[in-house]
Design a protein around this ligand. Structure first.
Ligand code: ATP
Ligand code: MG
Length: 560
């Protein structure tokens, strides 16, 4: 994969807000909000919105609210509410005392609805969902008015009150705004404001059986909170005239809505409906499966909040839809961890290496640098002994061209240790698989000093008796194509090799104390983190966050 382009485009939203503060619009104040619906976990697309909403507020010394748009109790839950709050904090943002819920405004919204009915701007309708769809018309054809549209204000008021009291079954009646069934904008064709839903709400319990539609709740919630800049994704552009209409009818504070293009990321899906399907159908282990594009999944995978914020900075904010390559996200985490992660040696697919001329009982402790990018990270001791493990792929009985690792008769450097020369091998007589490699070491080459002769390859290793057993989970893209959303059945494009579990890995003893969630670079392999859920005192589990660029794979593929 080629290096992703790095550019920080200018941000038109920042410019708009700056102009407003300069002109004194909204009294020079800046109030934004992040308004998730608690019907799923947050994903990397939400991170873009969060960085923008909180970032703008921070930059202009305003404030950003966290508001749950909890208008649909059948799909929402407290689990999601808690996860969302945790994820926003983890990403590094804080709403302070400004935590709100659309459900806080149910009473006010109800009163405003009554006000619209009284003004002849809303009516109780009795069309079924089916009939309503038929009446709506199409993009090219005007809609037709409901036969209930012109019922009297008094009748609508009475019915609306009785809807609230629970006198009617689900789906039997709605409250609709009386706008224009011939409007070119379908959102203005008498949109539904309320539907009956006898469901228990995670906050209001059974107080309501009448729930506001998102479009009726959203703009008014912003208005109630004194939001100045209501930043949202492009699909709400066509809803803006409706939000404007509601606010104008009510004569209340009118935030400025600004739309931007949502983040689309390659090789994954981001719709909560699809992510929920992956969870429910058991295609992944949960919302925090490290292959998921959710913040919980990315965190478990080993992503840092810094790398995600950096990613959001780099993708910038624009009006035009585009597809961002997963490679860019990976680039951001590599760059961050290269700076910060301690190095360690881990052998994922072990092959025994016996040093024939190394004394049986001898153990040396060698000094290894913890992070060449950070002198303050210091050094550690790595035990070295007669029997080691090396990576199976670091030995070839018959080396292909440009293979500089271990093969018979060739000298290779053991990282931080000695130069060794392969002298023989042992094979399983049945499978002819190489089970053990023999070598001799040059005692004068301690620390890897080859004494002036040419030793091309350096490989990593662990001491067989000192190393710890570990499970390592290797992850690959969840989908096999860049745009799984375009397929009729997106699940048919799931990557069957998105997870490989290696149960017999050996890691340096220093990792015995690695805390859950801690991140390391396994030399020559990639970045890994201790799985926060499955790792424990008796069991070490590492997730591969991202591989290092594999130059060998490139050579093999490109035949360079
Ligand atoms: P879905 O499309 O799956 O229903 P949603 O966009 O409705 O998800 P919300 O909880 O309503 O999810 O989103 C909260 C906020 O995050 C909204 O302001 C929304 O515009 C923004 N957002 C959601 N997805 C993205 C994305 N891919 N890129 C940028 N912002 C996003
Ligand atoms: Mg939404």
């Amino acid at each position: 994969m080629s290096e992703p382009e790095i550019a920080k485009p200018s941000n038109f939203i920042r410019d708009l807000v700056a102009a407003d503060t300069k002109s004194g619009r909204f009294g020079g104040k800046v109030v934004t909000r992040f308004p998730p619906e608690p019907n799923g976990y947050l994903h990397i697309g939400h991170a873009k919105a969060i960085c923008l909403d909180f970032g703008i507020a921070r930059e202009f010394v305003g404030r950003c609210h966290l508001r749950f748009d909890d208008t649909n109790p059948t799909k929402e839950s407290q689990e999601y509410v808690d996860a969302i709050m945790g994820d926003v904090r983890w990403l590094g943002f804080d709403w302070g005392e400004h935590l709100y819920h659309a459900s806080d405004y149910f009473e006010q919204l109800y009163e405003w609805a009554v006000k619209l009915i009284k003004a002849g701007k809303a009516y109780v309708d009795e069309l079924t969902v089916e009939e309503m769809r038929e009446h709506r018309g199409t993009l090219t054809e005007a809609g037709t008015e409901s036969p209930y549209r012109n019922r009297s204000v008094a009748e609508s008021l009475d019915l609306f009150e009785r809807m609230r009291r629970g006198e009617f079954p689900d789906g039997s009646k709605t409250l609709r705004a009386k706008i224009d069934m011939t409007s070119g904008n379908i959102n203005l064709r008498d949109p539904v404001m309320y539907r009956i839903r006898k469901a228990t709400h995670q906050r209001t319990g059974d107080k309501w059986c009448l729930y506001p539609m998102y479009d009726w709740a959203h703009g008014q919630s912003d208005s109630i909170e004194g939001v100045t800049h209501s930043i949202c994704t492009l699909e709400y552009e066509d809803h803006r005239p409706l939000y404007d209409w509601y606010l104008d009818q009510l004569g209340v504070h009118h935030p400025q809505q600004i739309e931007f293009a949502r983040l689309n990321l390659s090789h994954t899906v981001m719709s909560k409906r699809k992510l929920l399907a992956l969870v429910n159908e058991g295609r992944v282990s949960g919302w925090d499966d490290p292959r998921m594009p959710t913040l919980a999944g990315l965190r478990r995978r080993g992503y840092t909040p810094e790398s995600i914020r950096d990613f959001c900075d780099r993708i910038g904010v624009a009006k035009a839809d585009n597809l961002v390559q997963m490679a860019l996200l990976e680039h951001c985490i590599r760059e961050d961890l290269n700076r910060r992660a301690r190095r360690a040696m881990a052998v994922l697919r072990p092959l025994r290496l016996v040093i024939e001329n190394y004394p049986e009982a001898q153990v040396e402790t060698l000094e290894a640098v913890n992070n060449p990018e950070d002198a303050t990270a210091g050094t550690r001791k790595v035990p070295f002994s007669r029997v080691l493990y090396i990576e199976q792929e670091d030995f070839r009985e018959v080396p292909p061209p440009k293979y500089f690792r271990m093969s018979p008769g060739v000298e290779v450097r053991l990282r931080y240790a000695y130069v060794v020369k392969c002298t023989g091998l042992v094979k399983d007589p049945r499978t002819s698989e190489v089970t053990e490699v023999h070598c001799t070491y040059d005692p004068r080459s301690r620390g890897g000093d080859s004494g002036g002769r040419r030793v091309k390859g350096t490989i990593h290793w662990v001491s067989a008796s000192h190393s710890l057993g570990a499970e390592v989970r290797l992850y690959d893209a969840l989908f096999t194509v860049p745009k799984p959303d375009e397929a009729e059945d997106f699940t048919s494009l799931l990557n069957p090799r998105s997870l490989e579990v290696l149960r017999n890995c050996r890691v340096e003893p220093v990792l015995a104390d690695a805390p859950p969630g801690s991140r390391y670079q396994f030399e020559r392999q990639g970045y890994f983190c201790v799985d926060a859920r499955d790792s424990g005192p008796e069991r070490l589990v590492f997730n591969r966050t991202v591989p290092l660029r594999d130059t060998w794979a490139k050579i093999e593929k490109g035949g360079a």
